[in-house]
Design a protein around this ligand. Structure first.
Ligand code: NI
Length: 398
């Protein structure tokens, strides 16, 4: 039974305005935690809806609350707002007007969909109980914006959050389809820096030095052996050393070698295991050769974990709204990372992917997120608007 018979057609009516807003943001992308123009566009777009609006202190976030005035649950809907530091080569008429900055992850569409959902839910506020928190978040691309918003109280802004929900668009999925899974959805991503300090000297007399280069090579190979011997294959990890530097010329043994890489895991347990094993391995191999090898871990986003019950319920709402053939449960997590993980560490909820493959492309070969040629299908935004609203309305009627 469809409990939302009109939501999709009402969202379709909101699509032209969503497209206008999305294209405006697309042409004027901003980076990181400070997005003044994007913030102003959001404030203008939700002006007049009677929402209780506050803006961030340490970042240009917007928190807007729709309060039904009736007791009921608090549902948080999140849309991220920031772009990427890269050139755009889409040839779109509304392509970026800012050199070296592009909305290549579709966060412009996320903002437009969340604004659309605020309008749609306002039109349905007589059916709503409790409160809806619209979380417009800067700094998703590595800047931990969600964590800053949590520090500034977004999860208590309208009382404890009962359900948090987010959508991420992807041109690598069929247009208009929704994908998610219970449990781990996305990986953690930590950066590692290893310094190997030896003693420099003449390349012809290595016995007078402590050559850091073979020590560094040994560490790089030992890391790969460690991953295969210490990590449960059903709780996997990827450690990639992508950047190694040492030395200046052929006849000088340098004092130091540097190793730089990324660690991806899909559980907090393996994330910690890798850090502990790396620490032991790096210092141990350094010691074995009389060098001083040190590890520094720069923590990135934690694992994004959908609450099992919330994900299952989200799938049922999406099926009800869009039809069973438009919703797919994913067999495995994706090794990308997402800072909605911070929200899901604190409150139950779920994140989904919305397919936005362009009509003239194949989803298997369409330019993906973070490509300089990424183009998304704007028609899918109507489904995103309707899905945000359906989640809030369905939760409110429970
Ligand atoms: Ni993104």
């Amino acid at each position: 039974m469809n409990q939302f018979p009109n939501l999709l057609s009402e969202a379709d009516e909101l699509l032209p305005e969503a497209i206008r807003l999305r294209r405006d943001l697309h042409a004027h992308p901003e980076l990181g935690l400070d997005l003044p123009r994007t913030q102003a566009a959001v404030l203008a777009a939700i002006n007049g809806l009677g929402l209780n609006v506050t803006t961030g202190k340490s970042l240009s976030s917007v928190v807007a609350i729709l309060d039904s005035g009736r007791p009921g649950p608090t549902v948080l809907l999140r849309g991220d707002m920031d772009a990427l530091p890269m050139p755009e080569d889409t040839g779109l008429e509304f392509a970026s007007s800012v050199e070296g900055v592009m909305h290549a992850c579709g966060h412009d569409a996320h903002v437009a969909m969340l604004v659309g959902a605020a309008h749609l839910l306002r039109a349905h506020d007589d059916e709503l109980r409790g409160r809806v928190v619209f979380m417009f978040q800067p700094g998703e691309e590595g800047d931990h914006g969600a964590r800053f918003m949590i520090d500034e109280g977004v999860l208590e802004a309208a009382g404890p959050v009962d359900m948090a929900f987010a959508i991420h668009q992807s041109p690598s999925l069929p247009n208009g389809m929704v994908f998610t899974k219970g449990g781990t959805l996305l990986a953690s991503a930590d950066e590692i820096f290893i310094d190997v300090k030896g003693r420099g000297g003449h390349a012809s007399m290595p016995y007078q030095t402590i050559d850091p280069i073979p020590v560094a090579c040994e560490i790089v190979l030992a890391i790969q052996s460690m991953v295969t011997r210490k990590v449960d294959v059903f709780d996997p990890a990827v450690v990639t050393i992508a950047h190694v530097t040492a030395g200046t010329t052929s006849n000088v043994i340098p004092e130091v070698a540097h190793i730089h890489g990324t660690v991806r895991t899909v559980s907090a347990r393996t994330r910690q295991l890798i850090q502990d094993e790396l620490e032991r391995l790096v210092t141990g191999i350094g010691d074995a050769h009389g060098a001083l090898a040190t590890l520094r871990v720069l923590p990135g986003f934690p694992v994004t974990v959908n609450d099992e019950a919330a994900a299952e319920w989200t799938v049922s709402v999406a099926v009800d709204l869009l039809g069973a053939d438009q919703v797919l449960e994913m067999p495995t997590p994706v090794m990308g990372a997402e800072d909605f993980s911070y929200v899901l560490e604190n409150v139950p909820g779920a994140m989904v992917f919305l397919g936005t493959c362009p009509d003239d492309a194949e989803f298997t070969t369409a330019a993906p997120n973070h490509s300089n040629r990424m183009v998304l299908n704007e028609t899918a935004m109507a489904k995103g608007i309707a899905l945000y609203a359906a989640i809030a309305l369905a939760r409110s009627s429970q």
